[in-house]
Design a protein around this ligand. Structure first.
Ligand code: G
Ligand code: MN
Length: 266
């Protein structure tokens, strides 16, 4: 009952929150597990209205989707992120990863706006779109066309949360993915033998198909060392770095390229 009430409150607040730009971009660094260098950032949305407090993105994103406000939210977030990225020193080559909902991706107006924003990124920053594996089930063909259009315009595509739903190996070869992101539940499972064998197999399979592997949700040195030994190329997670707000990131930016570009834990 309480959560129903909360959803109603959030729904009422959402349009105003969007208009007054209360949704803030956060950036979680993604590191090369070979060199420790920052390769890019995943763009995450955070919202803490004063009268409600922190609202989990899972909650407000599903409400925004129901209210048909998710495309606007996604694009506004990307627009602020592009502003942040443009402040970074030009010599770094980075990737900006954004989570896109399948409904948004299949809307040609959204796709046009996304491509326009991607053109306003500095030329040393590539845009990458993350699509969750669950989204492929509903309308695969239409989504595939949209992803091919993005790819031909220079946007790379990553398959997100792999291993969290009904993972279908067929998708790996038939969609234009460049990266496979292992879901954090898979990373949490590598402490056990069965989990480790499974994840090792998935990493090998991805490599056979020419995909780079990104581990999300790395939370310990054990997981980090194991993933490096298995040849996983890219990692992100609280153990390496929490998502950074714009202001904190700007301080980090001041330290570029030396300390920010290298994670001492790797
Ligand atoms: O579905 P997707 O992978 O895009 O989700 C990203 C979410 O995961 C973000 O909300 C982010 O805060 C969270 N996250 C990032 N790193 C970690 C981590 O190491 N552990 C956990 N539990 N969550 C994480
Ligand atoms: Mn993601």
């Amino acid at each position: 009952m309480q959560s129903h009430r909360l959803r109603l409150d959030i729904g009422k607040r959402l349009p105003q929150a969007l208009a007054s730009k209360e949704f803030k971009p956060f950036f979680q660094p993604q590191y090369s597990l070979r060199t420790g260098a920052v390769l890019g950032f995943e763009l995450l949305c955070r919202w803490s209205p004063p009268e409600i407090g922190f609202v989990s993105p899972e909650v407000f994103i599903s409400i925004a989707e129901q209210m048909h406000l998710l495309k606007t939210l996604d694009l506004e977030l990307l627009e602020s992120a592009v502003g942040c990225i443009r402040k970074l020193p030009a010599e770094v080559g980075l990737c900006l990863s954004v989570n896109a909902s399948p409904a948004s991706i299949q809307d040609s107006n959204y796709l046009d706006s996304l491509l326009e924003l991607s053109c306003s990124l500095p030329n040393w920053c590539n845009l990458e779109v993350e699509i969750t594996e669950n989204s492929l089930i509903s309308d695969g063909q239409c989504l595939k066309q949209a992803l091919i259009r993005l790819q031909t315009q220079g946007v790379s595509i990553a398959l997100d949360d792999f291993g969290s739903g009904y993972s279908n190996f067929g998708y790996l070869a038939s969609f234009p993915f460049e990266k496979l992101k292992l879901d954090r539940t898979l990373i949490a499972s590598i402490n056990g033998d069965t989990g480790a064998d499974l994840v090792s197999g998935v990493i090998n399979l991805a490599h056979k198909l020419g995909l780079q592997v990104v581990a999300e949700g790395i939370e310990s040195q054990f997981q980090l060392d194991w993933l490096r030994s298995e040849g996983c190329e890219i990692g992100q997670g609280y153990y390496l770095c929490k998502p950074l707000p714009q202001t904190e990131k700007q301080q980090l930016v001041a330290q570029l390229p030396s300390s920010m570009l290298s994670n001492p834990r790797i």
